[in-house]
Design a protein around this ligand. Structure first.
Ligand code: HEC
Length: 211
């Protein structure tokens, strides 16, 4: 299955999930108990489908990415927020309802905030010229990798400081291009830093690291 499609579904589902929660919380805060009861009834089935999709896509992505510390914290916060929300709405406790909403938002915000900004590094221009008859895409990719990726993914792609183990990656080249362009969790996207050729080269190099 296409990783990016699953990820897109996950993001859409999270947004819908948050919207439903937000509306419920607003109704609760406004003391609109009738409205809350009505809304809860209307969204009951959609909410079940959304929750299921949220879990399934989340678990699928976890099996593809592998857990890192930040992801685990994010999952724990989300999982903790669910019982708090259930109790909050059942007991019409405004503080608990708002708390659970904030926890879910925080969990997703956390990942975004943690993305480190990347700066342009100089990669030997003679190695990076695809029009050169001696151009070697893997060599070019290795240089880009050493400059931009090694700090997190390690010399052989097997780890380093917090990056996923690239030797075990099940991503295809297309998904990897997207990952490098847009990033995810603590990995920042490189689309503003690396050009298409550099990204293609580094992905070609990462392919050679796979076991
Ligand atoms: C700041 C640390 C960091 C840097 C720098 C970094 N990555 Fe990552 N990378 C990560 C983390 C963390 C993940 C796991 C992402 C997640 O959990 O969503 C990851 C995931 C990946 C994946 C997906 C692996 C999989 O199968 O799930 C690929 C491919 C990847 N990185 C390639 C690169 C390349 C190529 C570069 C250099 C251009 C790079 N990364 C730079 C931290 C980093």
């Amino acid at each position: 299955m296409d990783f990016n499609l699953i990820k897109l579904i996950h993001v859409i589902v999270v947004i819908l999930f948050l919207l439903i929660y937000l509306i419920k919380t607003i109704l609760l805060l406004a003391n609109n108990n009738d409205g809350l009861a009505k809304f809860t009834k209307i969204v009951k089935v959609p909410e079940m489908i959304i929750s299921l999709l949220f879990l399934v896509t989340g678990i699928y992505m976890l099996t593809q990415i592998g857990a890192n510390k930040l992801l685990i914290i994010k999952i724990i916060i989300v999982l903790l927020s669910i019982p708090i929300a259930i109790v909050g709405f059942k007991k019409k406790n405004k503080i608990l309802a708002v708390l659970s909403l904030l926890m879910i938002i925080a969990a997703y915000g956390l990942a975004e905030m943690n993305k480190k900004n990347v700066e342009k590094q100089t990669v030997d221009p003679t190695v990076g010229n695809p029009n050169d008859p001696n151009y070697d895409i893997k060599k070019h990719g290795e240089l880009v990798y050493t400059a931009y990726c090694q700090s997190c993914h390690g010399t052989e792609g097997t780890n380093g400081a917090g990056g996923a183990d690239l030797t075990l990656s099940k991503m295809n080249m297309k998904a990897m291009m997207e990952q490098v362009k847009n990033g995810s969790n603590t990995m920042a996207g490189f689309k503003d830093v690396l050009n298409e050729q550099e990204i293609t080269a580094v992905v070609a190099y990462v392919e050679t690291l796979k076991k």
